[in-house]
Design a protein around this ligand. Structure first.
Ligand SMILES: Nc1ncnc2c1ncn2[C@@H]1O[C@H](COP(=O)(O)OP(=O)(O)OP(=O)(O)O)[C@@H](O)[C@H]1O
Ligand SMILES: [Mg+2]
Length: 183
């Protein structure tokens, strides 16, 4: 029972918005957000000194809830293959399928949404450009059960993800062959 949903998207793409919409329709789902862990446990938006501890808490929350048979949504950017591979491997140990949801509005929209956020959450433009460069589109060969591409959080995209989840949540999943993992 249960699955892991990896959200993938640039800062400001709408991941947290999507997670909140999904949770409205599926209150049983647990959303784990790296931003909320930073804020709640350390009172920071981002601070390199505690990144290791942040990810240790995120890891415990995700794996613990998977062990309880829950479906978990990881709300983090997950931009690189390397960052996603870890989750595919960990979920695989518990035989849980992983669904990637790529939130991919036009870049112009992402930059605009980032700039319009509450001040402390705005990622500097230069940092945003770096992130655009490292973003790798999630592919099935990374070991996902499926990859859902959406432009924004709306009723249709939430429905699409719930439908995908319903196909896989009840199954015990055998590890998928991972063809290649590069940054
Ligand atoms: N579908 C949408 N329509 C209009 N505004 C949106 C939509 N999705 C997100 N936004 C707005 O864009 C901003 C960024 O969205 P959100 O916080 O969900 O992004 P994020 O991907 O979680 O970013 P981060 O990675 O930095 O946490 C927010 O102010 C949000 O209200
Ligand atoms: Mg967010």
């Amino acid at each position: 029972m249960g699955a892991l949903v990896l959200l993938v998207g640039l800062p400001g793409a709408g991941k947290s918005t999507f997670a909140a919409e999904l949770k409205k329709k599926r209150p049983d789902i647990v959303v784990v957000s790296s931003d909320e862990v930073r804020k709640y446990f350390f009172g920071v938006v981002f601070e390199p000194k505690v990144e290791k501890q942040v990810w240790s808490i995120v890891h415990s929350a995700v794996i613990g809830n998977l062990k309880l048979g829950k479906t978990v949504v990881l709300d983090a950017t997950n931009l690189t293959r390397r960052s996603r591979y870890k989750w595919v491997r960990w979920a695989g140990w518990f035989k849980k399928p992983v669904l990637a949801v790529f939130i991919n509005p036009p870049l112009e929209t992402v930059f605009k949404q980032n700039a319009m956020r509450e001040k402390e959450w705005v990622v500097p433009e230069e940092e945003m450009r770096k992130k655009v460069m490292i973003l790798k589109v999630p592919q099935m060969e990374e070991g996902f059960y499926s990859v859902v591409n959406i432009e924004k959080a709306d009723e249709e995209s939430v429905k699409k993800v719930i439908e995908e989840l319903e196909k896989i949540e009840g199954e015990t999943f055998e590890k998928r062959k991972i063809v290649q993992v590069k940054q």
